[in-house]
Design a protein around this ligand. Structure first.
Ligand code: KG4
Ligand code: ZN
Length: 341
């Protein structure tokens, strides 16, 4: 098989997505989001998201095949996110993908969604140089990873010990009265604020005692510090300088992420940093990473926004990597794993 053609299916959270990748060419990429249905609850409601996946699954797959000008029989294999994510959501996508694989006699790969966020960068920037580091930041994960071989060997360099960066933004956004997901609202307001107006602690700058490396993150204290500051202002009857709060929070989170990522690159002798996950749409983080990358001689590869947020292309691209590496397909009864490491 020269250039494998893979159907990728994604349903870990509130996006139902299907895409076709051939080699490292994206043939189609269809995303249906239930995000608006969750906005009034202030976060993703798993039951609502699962039902939306059940409704959107078949139309998404049909559209992805049609856009690529293919039939299901033309694909070489199906890849589907098997975790981490919301169990009910994963169950819909994985069951649907298994049904397609069974009906069309195709091999199936249950893949790790987070590694998909790394793999997707190949669509835009090509293959990984040796010793690539990856910073994956989203509403659910904040991880620094060493990519030895995307199909077989990835090491965790650091991770968040509590909240993910996106989760921290979403929680502060809620305090400020923005609808879910609040990250983009904070981003927009931060662009008009003073990043030094408020002292926001930087998430776990030293690393946790007992772990041998200083690349872990912690954002729950950051959120608490901002929440406390807002409460104090309210108690004293002062108006909240929303733009300044957003700018100070964004500066703190972007700085710690960029600094630790560059430290990691130094330690691993990495000249390339891959960035992925929905939070990598954040302007302050993108600017900080590019600035720090320039200073440290590291090429920072941040994909276009539609490839940063959850999509099927990331799943299909990792599927291509697995097929090309000769990795055995998953067993037909492979489980979902909502806490997949
Ligand atoms: O990867 P993703 O689409 O879904 C998860 O797997 O979590 O990431 C969504 C997260 C949310 O927390 C959202 O607020 C955040 O990414 N986000 C942003 C921006 N765009 C999305 N956070 C800050 N600034 C943004 N521009
Ligand atoms: Zn994601």
């Amino acid at each position: 098989m020269n250039q494998p053609t893979i159907l990728g299916i994604e349903s870990t959270c509130d996006e139902t997505a299907a895409a076709i990748v051939q080699g490292n060419t994206l043939l189609s990429n269809v995303v249906s989001s239930s995000m608006n249905e969750h906005a009034r609850y202030g976060g993703v409601i798993p039951e609502i998201a699962s039902r939306a996946h059940a409704e959107a699954f078949v139309p998404c797959v049909q559209q992805a095949l049609a856009d690529a000008g293919l039939e299901l029989s033309d694909v070489d294999a199906i890849a589907v996110s098997a975790g981490p994510g919301l169990a009910g959501c994963l169950a819909v996508g994985v069951s649907g993908a298994k049904a397609l694989a069974w009906a069309a006699h195709k091999p199936i790969y249950g893949i790790n969604h987070v590694i998909g966020h790394i793999a997707v960068t190949q669509l835009q920037f090509g293959a990984f140089p040796p010793d690539t580091l990856a910073l994956i930041v989203s509403g659910g994960h904040t991880s620094l990873l060493h990519v030895e071989d995307v199909a077989r060997h990835i090491d965790v360099v650091g991770t968040t010990l509590d909240d993910a960066a996106g989760e921290c933004f979403d929680k502060v956004a809620r305090l400020l009265g923005f609808p879910y997901p609040g990250g983009p609202h904070i981003d927009r307001h931060a662009q008009q604020g003073n990043p030094h107006a408020i002292r926001v602690p930087q998430g776990l700058t030293q690393g946790k005692a007992g772990r041998e490396h200083p690349y872990d993150f912690s954002f729950s204290g950051v959120k608490t510090a901002v929440a406390r500051w807002i409460e104090e202002q309210q108690a004293e009857g002062r108006a909240i300088p929303v733009d300044d709060v957003c700018a100070s929070l964004a500066d703190s989170v972007a700085s710690v992420l960029a600094r630790k990522a560059m430290h990691g690159c130094e330690q691993y002798g990495s000249k390339t940093l891959i960035v992925g996950g929905g939070f990598s749409a954040n302007s302050q983080l993108r600017a900080k990473l590019l600035e720090e990358g320039e200073r440290c001689g590291v090429e920072v590869r941040i994909p276009q926004i539609k490839l940063c947020t959850d999509n099927g292309a990331m799943v299909a691209m990792l599927g291509v990597n697995l097929v090309e590496a000769g990795v055995k397909p998953s067993d037909p009864d492979f489980p979902i794993d909502s806490a997949m490491p």
